[in-house]
Design a protein around this ligand. Structure first.
Ligand code: NAP
Ligand code: GCO
Length: 264
């Protein structure tokens, strides 16, 4: 049974993984034997990431690549395949969010969020899948969200992207399941990372941010998630333990999606 979770001799590409959720997931895959390759949007972040991985005892390969740039992604994947090997595991983690009321959001901002959070997972998956087919197996993990299922004010672009990412996950499952490629989503709840820091800032009077208190009240676990909460589920979806799990979105949310909320 323990071998089911082994990632020995597997090559994992985790996008946008200099820090945050991507870094935590990559660290967990490395702890189970995977060779870690990651990219980020500029050299400074990649250098920061390489140092952080080294401090964690992980010799990671870092690439500067904007995941929305199809030519750059194709070139990065070709370089990885030539220098390191064909990618066994892809984690489409890179993402942005813009919190703007819809009527104040420009079409350009909406398109930018869709580009990074939805078009890019398509672009990177399209670059990686041919190698997986050649190799006879592959694991793709798309980092979805509560907004793959729920909406809320100010996140129209993000919710549209993450809802689309849920269906892209199911479509990759449908199109490549026969090639022994499993494509699943990992749907974090509200996690303590730089991306959600604005929602958790303490107020000038020292009280918690209203949104912080809201999320605590909407989460049965009565806490924000940590990136470590995502590590076990990510290893499961990256390993042979999930070989018959396909097109599934595994929510790691402390129970948010199951809970209507406490009566006021
Ligand atoms: P984060 O702290 O903002 O990290 C995102 C990473 O992606 C950053 O390193 C970022 O680089 C990189 N990135 C952004 N655009 C990129 C591009 N075009 N090309 C390459 N890299 C790019 O976010 P996080 O909280 O770790 O979230 C990671 C993923 O989990 C995202 O997809 C997010 O939507 C999702 N998620 C987060 C939560 C949460 O509560 N935190 C919950 C559910 C899902 P920069 O630093 O330059 O922006
Ligand atoms: C927000 C948050 C969320 C989280 C995450 C929840 O503004 O509502 O940023 O979108 O990032 O996606 O799963």
């Amino acid at each position: 049974m323990t071998d089911l979770f082994s990632l020995n001799n597997k090559i994992a590409l985790v996008t946008g993984a200099s820090y945050g959720i991507g870094f935590a997931i990559a660290s967990a895959l490395a702890a189970h034997g995977a060779v870690i390759v990651f990219n980020d949007i500029n050299q400074e972040l990649v250098d920061k990431g390489i140092t952080a991985y080294k401090d964690a005892g992980i010799e990671a390969y870092g690439y500067v690549c904007d995941v929305t740039d199809e030519e750059a992604v194709q070139s990065m994947v070709s370089n990885i395949e030539a220098k390191i090997g064909i990618i066994d595991i892809l984690v489409n983690n890179a993402g942005i969010i813009k919190r703007i009321p819809m009527l104040e959001m420009s079409a350009a901002d909406f398109r930018l969020v869709i580009d990074v959070d939805l078009n890019a997972p398509f672009i990177v998956s399209k670059a990686v899948i041919p190698g997986m087919i050649k190799k006879g197996h592959g694991k793709i993990i798309n980092i979805c969200s509560m907004m793959s299922e729920l909406g809320r004010e100010t996140v129209a672009g993000y919710a549209a992207a993450k809802g689309g990412l849920k269906m892209l996950t199911r479509n990759i499952c449908s199109e490549f399941g026969s090639a022994n490629i499993q494509c699943n989503g990992l749907g974090p709840g509200y996690i303590e990372t730089p991306q959600t820091a604005p929602l958790r800032e303490h107020q000038t009077d020292g009280t918690r941010h209203p949104f912080d208190q809201f999320i605590i009240s909407k989460t049965p676990a009565a806490r924000w998630g940590t990136t470590e909460d995502l590590q076990g589920p990510a290893v499961f979806l990256a390993s042979n333990a999930s070989d018959f799990v396909n097109g599934h979105i595994l929510y790691v949310d402390g129970g948010i999606l199951a809970y209507i909320g406490k009566q006021p």
